[in-house]
Design a protein around this ligand. Structure first.
Ligand code: ZN
Length: 561
């Protein structure tokens, strides 16, 4: 036997041993439950499509062909997926849980076609409400109705004895009646607060009832705060709704002290419906300060993690509150306004980076995006974070094209909302004109530049249905297929990119890509069973796709039947 043959034999022997060990070592000794006969879209590049997987102690322990899994775990309980498509639970990386929950418990006027419709709903509510009691509600469209805002007179006639306050769909304006203005002491003499506007009648000088941006606080501070019991009920209701859409994790995009307390209470009782990643409201110093000193609270059980600070750099495009460099194309007297200074963003970010906290800045207009990038760049230079800071810009809605490479260079996450694009496309170009629109809702440009782009919905301003968001990102069309070919179709994404953006990329935005967003060994067993093949159906069919079952930590938490 020659030396080289011996050597090869030894090498082959070693290889066989190594392979045997790989198979054996990869197969953990037990699994409580196996899921078989599925079309499992794992989102894991090593094994993109599997037939089954095994779950133990709330985690995935193996994925493979149905047969492999059955043979590897003969003692496990078996669940037959019946050929259905399974994918990782959706990580919804930007939502407002309280407003969403409230929208089921308060007067919900979303979808009302005109102010008159809303007034009618208020009138009906007032008939069932004791005099003097507040009527609060949500959901009129402050963007679509910006051309001709309604006034307090209509509301006052409908509910003369009750103060009424109706928050807009996106939270950037509210509509009050006379009683509410009176209780808040808002009169013709009240001055606009910083970053807010009290709309006043041109002739009489009286407040019309519409309060924009920070001016809303002048009124809302007079509304009795919701009880802790109400908050928990609203958040629970929000969580239940999320499960229907397969949202196993949500990023709460602006938690107040009270909301955080309610989330903590629910978590302590084991009653959170889905996993929550929290962004804290920076305007509440008492809330934020301890985190800027001590750093994040990362839940080892992955139910409630508090790791991010939320800052608003400007308002919204619809209500012309987004901060632009040049005037609005359809309102030459205004350029919108910044709601937080560049210096404040810099100061907070610099401290957050040192404490290991993430920062997420809401930035819609090109100017708001640039000052945020400037503040981030300066803070990164000053704080020199040793870890991986993953600073976020929420929306990045209208960005100067030359600023996109800065996202790449500074490693800034661009967290974007496809439903905003298809809701805004009828009027967005009239706001910003043909030049600036090139950098609007430009997720393809961001991805091509190598930027991480988690996609999400920002509900309740938009539908919580992620498959509607996927349809919007892929087609850039309204649900009825308009415009033909898609609005600025060069920005359309592929189905695979879209699916990644709602799972892997969104998990990444919360530092959780190693624990969720895929069906792979070692990751949480958060997954959903779908009515159809989300990878293969034509775009239109995404709109009717249903979540049949939702599992969190291997437990069934929602079933459509
Ligand atoms: Zn938001």
């Amino acid at each position: 036997m020659s030396k080289s043959v011996t050597f090869r034999a030894v090498l082959e022997g070693l290889l066989i041993l190594a392979t045997a060990c790989l198979v054996a070592c990869r197969t953990p000794p037990r699994a409580e439950r196996v899921f078989l006969n599925g079309h499992v879209l794992t989102m894991n590049e090593g094994l993109p499509i599997a037939g089954g997987f095994a779950v133990s102690d709330g985690k995935i322990v193996a994925a493979g062909s149905s047969e492999e899994i059955r043979r590897a775990y003969p003692g496990a309980a078996q669940e037959d997926l019946g050929g259905r498509t399974v994918m990782p639970g959706i990580v919804e990386s930007h939502v407002h849980l309280l407003s969403f929950g409230q929208s089921f418990l308060e007067l919900n006027v979303e979808g009302a076609g005109s102010p008159d419709e809303v007034v009618q709903m208020v009138k009906e509510r007032a008939a069932r409400t004791a005099p003097g009691e507040w009527i609060t509600g949500w959901g009129w469209d402050e963007g679509a109705w910006a051309k001709d805002y309604p006034t307090n007179e209509q509301l006052s006639r409908a509910a003369p004895d009750n103060p009424v306050w109706l928050r807009g769909l996106h939270g950037f304006a509210g509509w009050a009646n006379a009683k509410a203005l009176e209780i808040a002491g808002i009169s013709r003499d009240t001055r606009n607060p910083q970053n807010g506007e009290i709309l006043k009648d041109r002739k009489t000088g009286r407040p019309t009832g519409i309060l924009k941006n920070e001016a809303q606080g002048l009124l809302t501070r007079h509304i009795p705060p919701p009880s802790a019991e109400f908050l928990e009920r609203a958040l629970t209701r929000a969580g239940e709704e999320c499960l229907k859409y397969g949202l196993t994790t949500v990023h709460e995009a602006n938690a107040s002290q009270a909301v955080l307390a309610a989330l903590r209470s629910l978590a302590a009782k084991g009653q959170l419906k889905n996993r929550v990643y929290v962004m804290l409201d920076v305007t509440d110093r008492q809330l934020v300060e301890p985190f800027l000193q001590r750093g994040p609270e990362i839940d080892p059980a992955h139910w409630l993690t508090i790791r991010c600070i939320k800052i608003f750099a400007d308002g919204a495009l619809g209500s012309r509150g987004a901060a632009l460099f040049e005037p609005y194309s359809d309102a030459p007297a205004t350029r919108g306004q910044l709601t937080t200074s560049q210096d404040t963003i810099y100061q907070v970010t610099s401290r957050a980076l040192k404490a290991g906290m993430q920062v997420a800045v809401h930035a819609i207009g090109d100017r708001a995006n640039r000052i945020t990038l400037d503040a981030y760049e300066a803070a990164l230079r000053e704080a020199r974070p040793t870890g991986d800071p993953r600073l976020r810009i929420e929306h990045a809605q209208v960005v100067a094209l030359e600023d996109i490479p800065r996202f790449t260079r500074l490693n800034i996450i661009s967290s974007m909302q496809p439903p905003h694009c298809t809701s805004d496309m009828p009027w967005a170009e009239t706001r910003v004109g043909p030049g600036r629109i090139r950098g609007a809702y430009a997720w393809r440009s961001f991805m091509n530049a190598g930027v991480r782009v988690p996609l999400n919905s920002d509900f309740p301003g938009e539908t919580p249905n992620p498959f509607w968001g996927m349809y919007a990102a892929e087609t850039r069309q309204s649900p009825d297929g308009k415009p033909e070919g898609g609005w600025y179709a060069e920005q359309c994404l592929t189905r695979t990119e879209v699916l990644r953006a709602y799972t892997v990329e969104s998990a990444y935005a919360g530092f959780e890509e190693k624990i969720k967003g895929q069906i792979a060994p070692g990751l949480l067993a958060d997954f959903i069973v779908l009515s159809d093949d989300v990878l293969a159906v034509p775009p239109k069919s995404l709109l009717s796709l249903k979540v049949e079952k939702t599992y969190i930590g291997g437990k069934l938490v929602y079933s459509r039947q």
